[in-house]
Design a protein around this ligand. Structure first.
Ligand SMILES: [Ca+2]
Length: 280
């Protein structure tokens, strides 16, 4: 299934606020694959929890404000996930079987994790990961996580398992990624090309400005898929290298038919004989 060019905004639910993908319980992978492409998931909130837990002995509640994935493979590409509120703010990814989560070219900003009822702490404002490393592959690349908030792991919290991050701008860097201190295995693989630098957003909180450090800072080897665009439907790669996040910065182009059809004609200059303009 593909959700493409959708806007999912301002929803509230007892479980996941925005989009929930996958089986109702953390059962075996049902083999499905879901892509979210160029979707805007904005300002949704979860006021309760989905029936994915608790996972004894660690009763972590997994309901995102934005997108929850349970045992389903998913590509989340060129999406904006902004200002959602839940037990994981932006994305909650969960897997206990052979699944993959691939977040590419996404901007995940200003999401808020709310406190867990068990201990009053909040985890993973941008993203919460809960998987089994040998059986699933979770990857973030060419993305931007900024301004998300939580008590632990404002941008990323790993409750269990493994996440690989590359060519992305993550506020606070690797040190700010929360790795659960439970007995579960947790690991962040900090790949090439990650930065921790103010993205210099425009006033809307997600478009890049020309001087943004995210411009031309994605994977230099990245080749867009056929027909792939950025969140605005514009070229996914401009300037020879993909940008981090959902927006590809490019100069404002004026379509030819909007150009002034009658440019001013220059007046000829008459020079006195022998007083030409020297050529360089
Ligand atoms: Ca670029």
């Amino acid at each position: 299934m593909i959700l493409e060019d959708c806007i999912i905004q301002g929803n509230t639910a007892n479980g996941t606020g925005g989009v929930r993908l996958g089986p109702p319980l953390a059962g075996p992978d049902n083999g499905s694959f879901v892509s979210l492409i160029r979707c805007k998931i904005i300002g949704n909130s979860s006021r309760g929890f989905d029936f994915w837990g608790p996972f004894p002995p660690h009763s972590f509640i997994l309901a995102a404000g934005g997108v929850s994935l349970g045992n389903v493979s998913s590509d989340i590409r060129d999406c904006l996930i902004q200002g959602n509120t839940g037990f994981g703010g932006g994305i909650v990814g969960l897997a206990n079987s052979d699944t993959s989560l691939h977040v590419s070219g996404c901007t995940i900003v200003d999401n808020v994790a709310v406190p867990q009822p068990s201990d009053g702490d909040s985890f993973g404002g941008g993203m919460v990961i809960y998987n089994i490393p040998d059986m699933s592959e979770f990857l973030v690349e060419n993305s931007l996580l900024w301004g998300n908030t939580a008590d632990y792991g404002s941008q990323i919290a790993i409750e269990q398992g493994y996440l690989s991050v590359a060519h992305s701008n993550i506020q606070g860097g690797q040190e700010d990624v929360y790795l659960s201190d439970s007995f579960y295995y947790t690991e962040i693989e900090w790949g090439e090309g990650n930065i921790n630098a103010d993205p210099l957003f425009a006033a809307d909180g997600y478009h890049l400005q020309r001087r943004s450090p995210c411009v031309n800072a994605g994977d230099p080897a990245y080749v867009p898929s056929p027909g792939e665009t950025d969140i605005d439907g514009e070229m996914r790669v401009y300037g020879g290298r993909v940008d981090m996040g959902a927006d590809e910065w490019q100069p404002i182009m004026i379509p030819p038919d909007e150009l002034d059809p009658a440019p001013m004609e220059a007046e000829p200059i008459e020079l006195p004989p022998g007083q030409g303009i020297p050529l360089p």
